[in-house]
Design a protein around this ligand. Structure first.
Ligand code: IZC
Ligand code: ZN
Length: 415
């Protein structure tokens, strides 16, 4: 007896084991007229629609010839924050650059102020709503960064919110410590001292298992290449794997640094150099691209996903969900931007939001395999190419995590 059987699946997407590098990203197995059996929260059976229709099950769902994929993975979000920054919209329209807003004490620092002011319970409730929105858009595993505290107490508060959200178990949330996200006002002109303060937090974070990864914002006016290297090496010594916000605005060489140090991912990479891309292709670091941020910052130049894939790198996609530079829960929208602005193929895009995204956060999610946790989405679309094509909508009809339905679209939600 199965707990759940999904019949009449028009297209079942079966990404291969990741990380998929370069040309391997073009491969995506798509099986037609399939059915899925789920038992004890795991995929228990995969077969033809005809066989599936006769399996004994507590619940059956007719997919009506539509698409079923693994649950999406969002490997880069700034999930936990106080306040919001809609006031910066007019500054952006007036052409004030993102880094100038930060220099004037706005941007990240404005969110730091709000996040310090809110209680852990308030932050938890808000973050939980964001997680539900993401799950409603098909995401069943995500990464969440700290970095809006920039002091011990508030960084801790953010990490605890992530821990408690993950313990609630609706969605897997992988925690990243992004203490060096900006230089707080009280350390203005003393970035080295601030970095040491953040490094001093690492042993306790490790001991309490509050983060798997560390991350640093390597950018003009924030942290230099030398500081980033120092922080990443200190993280490695303490048993953390590392991530880096690299070459988002200026080409500082963060991509080369990440590949050279064997970081698990290098994120943004809009201004990555040719040498950096070559090193990604030769190394083990996954490129996590965030085209929603480029779009939201109103820029015309996107990360060069084509060169990265064509030269052999592993590329993943993420929302970068945050209150300043990319305010969206919708990873499907990012899939459209990847197609329209970075010329990624539908197959590359699906691999980038499943197995490669999962690899970029050290998880084994993003696949439909017998015996694995049943994280999957029924999409209200006729084929898998349709999602990048029809942009900015939510095409998810039902979303399951560990075999449990975490979202079902009501008819009233259809627009
Ligand atoms: O709050 O602006 N880029 N960090 C680095 C961000 C964007 C988040 C923010
Ligand atoms: Zn980010």
């Amino acid at each position: 007896m199965y707990d759940l059987v999904i019949t009449n699946i028009g297209q079942l997407l079966l990404p291969d084991q990741g990380p998929l590098k370069g040309g391997a990203m073009k491969q995506l197995a798509v099986e037609k007229q399939r059915a899925l059996g789920i038992k004890d929260g795991r995929f228990a059976w995969i077969g033809s629609h005809e066989e599936g229709a006769s399996l004994p099950a507590r619940e059956k769902v007719d997919a009506e010839g539509k698409v079923v994929s693994p649950g999406l993975v969002d490997p880069h979000t700034h999930l936990v924050f106080g306040g919001s920054r809609e006031g910066e919209m007019v500054l952006k329209q007036a052409g004030v650059p993102y880094l100038d807003i930060l220099k004037q004490g706005g941007g990240i620092l404005s969110t730091v102020k709000s996040t310090r002011e809110e209680t852990e319970a308030e932050l938890f409730d808000k973050a939980k709503k964001h997680v539900r929105q993401m799950a409603a858009h098909g995401v069943t595993t995500l990464e969440a960064k700290s970095g809006y505290g920039l002091d011990r107490e508030t960084e801790w508060k953010q990490l605890k919110v992530v821990k408690h959200l993950n313990e609630q178990g609706d969605i897997d949330i992988v925690s990243t410590f992004l203490g060096p996200h900006a230089i707080p006002l009280e350390y203005k002109g003393k970035s080295d001292a601030f970095l040491e303060e953040m490094i001093a937090m690492l042993p306790e974070i490790k001991k309490q298992n509050l983060a798997v990864f560390t991350d640093i914002f390597c950018e003009t006016g924030v942290f230099t290449i030398e500081q980033s290297k120092h922080f990443m090496e200190a993280s490695h010594q303490l048993g953390f794997q590392t991530k880096i916000h690299a070459d988002e605005i200026d080409s500082l060489g963060g991509t080369e640094l990440a590949a050279g140090l064997g970081a698990v991912s290098a994120d943004h990479l809009v201004a990555a150099s040719k040498q950096g891309i070559k090193q990604l292709a030769e190394g083990e670091t996954t490129a996590v691209l965030l085209p929603g941020t480029t779009f939201y910052l109103g820029k015309d130049t996107y990360a060069d996903a084509r060169s990265m894939i064509d030269q052999g790198a592993a590329v993943a996609l993420a929302t970068d969900f945050n209150p300043g530079s990319c305010v969206t829960h919708n990873l499907q929208m990012i899939m459209s931007l990847a197609a329209l602005k970075m010329k990624m193929t539908p197959e590359e895009i699906w691999n980038a939001v499943t197995v490669n995204a999962s690899h970029a956060i050290g998880q084994k999610a993003g696949r439909i395999v017998k015996g694995k946790p049943a994280d999957f989405v029924l999409w209200d679309v006729p084929n898998y190419q349709y999602i990048p094509y029809h942009y900015a909508a939510n095409h998810a009809k039902m979303v399951w995590k560990n075999g449990r339905k975490v979202y079902e679209r009501m008819d009233a939600d259809v627009f």
